[in-house]
Design a protein around this ligand. Sequence first.
Ligand SMILES: [Zn+2]
Length: 372
Amino acid sequence: MQTKLKTLFVLIIITLTLSLAANAQAESDKFIVVLDAGHGGEEPGKVANSGIKEKDITLKIILEVGKELEKNNNIKVVYTRKADVFVDLFKRGKIANNANADLFVSVHCNAHNSQASGSETYVLGLHRNKTNFEVAKAENSVIFLEENYEENYGGIDPNSPESFVGLTIMQEEYLDQSILLAKNIQDNFTNKLKRKNRGVKQAGFIVLHQTVMPSVLVESGFITNKNEGKYLNSKKGQTEIASAISKAILKYKKTIDISFNNETVFNETDKVDEIVIPSEERNIPNTIFKVQIAAGPKKLAPKSYNFKGLKEVFREKESKLYKYFFGYTSDINKIQQMQKEAKKKGFKSAFIVAYRDGERISLEKALNSTSK
Ligand SMILES: [Zn+2]
């Protein structure tokens, strides 16, 4: 009985471990979007004379965006807040970084003492004019309400974006992708909703500075404008804006997926899929093998979350094309293993390339001429 129980117990543990592993695998394959509703709790953001508060509008829009995105099985949504609570800016970034997210989307509302209207979407960068600077400064002022902000932001001065934007090496890597998403969002606002387009802009938003993934901040509209304020505060307005944002995210995902799976950019003669190597030819000096997993016009950070979890991916530029490689070794057996690994992760067209003394050579040549 004792032994039987033990066996049963071990079996249960094995089954649990296996199913947990399978789950973890499925989860890690998902495209992770972090949705950030600006402000919250004791910090209302902008407040219009009509009484409309930014924190309420941003939360309603974000929850709608999330509802739409969650209809897609291959997308996981993470929220920085789902209720009317205060969340420090640096914690919002931490939530996104810990989730190993593919995208960070922050939603806010604008305000002005004129009847200004329209929407604009920001990526992190140095502001090109005073208006953009003022928008960032207003959003950044949130951190004055946080305890120990000097400590948590490593000397960032919220009133001087120059003090930290120069240090944004990480966001620099994601600039192209951030702009791509920002443009999708603005296009949908303009073309689908016929809203005034204030454009894709750059400014020093602290919340964008905290994340290490493509990130945008949407100023969805002016709560201080009479008509736009009403629209933003209506169920119709919130649903439409949310739908425009979620569709823009889906379109972004599609573009990124295509640039990975686009085989037409490859020269077919370069492609050697299944190779059989005689064992005596397996030790090749001066020759380096790599697995090419993707190529395309998009400059992506060679991070594992951009490449379905593959680690040690590196990028090279060839004319107008970025090529992404996995593995770097003179061992043909090892590179074949790595090709298998890449294919298993979903890079179905992953193929081995060979170099001798830095020059690209055909795989056949690499394998034939060196059986010394
Ligand atoms: Zn705001």
